[in-house]
Design a protein around this ligand. Structure first.
Ligand code: R5P
Length: 321
């Protein structure tokens, strides 16, 4: 075959690389930009999948990629229209199995319903477990999740689940860049384990607060537990921000306690509209990741998005060896 341009050569090399690789990366509809970034990190093209709808809005899937005897990674966060993305993921997995995939691994940067890991009031379902059982009933063999809400959720899985964290990505970003007198804070008991590791790895003192949330109104109040933030800059790391109540009220509380700057690091922003409240808050800088895609129109100066594609690519390469 005569290649007319350099681009043809690059395309041919990329396509042949895809063929030679023992794995393919497919993407659902939830966060294609992250899947494309991850494919670029792996120096492969994203596998071709037709994601369409029938006239009655039923999801229609067709895998065009050659996946025979390959490990098939399917990237899909179940966020926003989570239920639709759950079905889409299940259908892609089934199509992959029928097309001869050797193993099917769901990469779920955000695992929808994971915050519902307890029964808070009688009459409620254990929603995390319902979703896990549904997905484990599909053709998916293993799961990659990122900063899932709690170890309780991990214990609900029967199939293999790999728990990745964006914490190292944040640590690498901040290491050596926090000038002045800093402490790390756990805004609530749920954040304590993460905050302990985050403070140790950044070599910062840990200050502990706890909060109570009114289960009806969602209103949070803070109670100081241990340590002092007076005259200090404060940084926190946690898994997700939903309404923003925890960090916005937490920031007000910290500043009343004498904190100077407050940096909030959180892996998942799960309610895009919360950016409106965060923008008006007194939080000095907010760091999130691209695990959940944020409409660029919702970005603002004090918001920094840190990429996790290279972290995901590293795990894929390790797994697929
Ligand atoms: C969960 O672990 C979160 O980090 C916070 O504890 C909180 O639940 C987030 O919810 P919101 O943003 O609505 O305060």
């Amino acid at each position: 075959m005569i290649y007319s341009t350099t681009l043809d050569i690059i395309l041919a090399l990329t396509l042949s690389t895809n063929k030679m690789r023992s794995y393919v990366l497919l993407s659902g509809s939830s966060n294609r930009p992250l899947a494309l970034k991850t494919a670029r990190e792996l120096n492969i093209k994203l596998g071709k999948v037709e994601l369409q709808e029938f006239p009655n809005r039923e999801i229609r899937i067709r895998i065009l990629e050659d996946i025979e005897d390959k490990v098939v990674f399917i990237m899909q966060s179940t966020i926003g229209q989570a239920e639709r993305y759950i079905i889409e993921l299940a259908l892609i997995a089934d199509a992959a199995r029928r097309k001869g995939a050797k193993r099917i691994v769901a990469i779920m940067p955000w695992f929808g319903y994971s915050p519902q890991d307890k029964i808070f009031r009688t009459g409620e379902p254990l929603s995390s477990k319902v979703i896990i059982k549904m997905l484990e009933a599909t053709s998916i063999n293993e799961f990659f999740v990122v900063d899932i809400h709690s170890t309780d959720v991990l214990k609900m899985f029967k199939k293999k689940v790999h728990h990745l964290s964006a914490m190292s990505t944040f640590i690498n970003y901040f290491k050596g860049n926090l000038k002045g007198d800093w402490v790390s804070v756990a805004l609530d008991n749920g954040a304590l384990e993460r905050a302990k590791e985050f403070s140790e790895r950044l070599n910062l003192p840990l200050v502990r607060f706890d909060k109570t949330r009114d289960r009806k109104t969602g209103e949070v109040t803070f109670h100081k537990l241990a340590g002092d933030v007076k005259g200090k800059n404060v940084i926190s790391f946690d898994d997700f921000v939903s309404t923003g109540g925890t960090r916005i009220k937490g920031c007000d509380f910290l500043k009343k306690e004498g904190a100077k700057k407050y940096y909030d690091c959180v892996t998942h922003l799960i309610v895009p509209e919360t950016t409106d409240k965060l923008k008006k808050s007194y939080i000095d800088r907010i760091f999130i990741t691209d695990a959940v895609h944020l409409d660029p129109k919702r970005k603002f100066g004090r918001l920094k998005i840190i990429g996790i594609a290279s972290m995901l690519a590293e795990f894929i390469k390790k797994f697929a060896r």
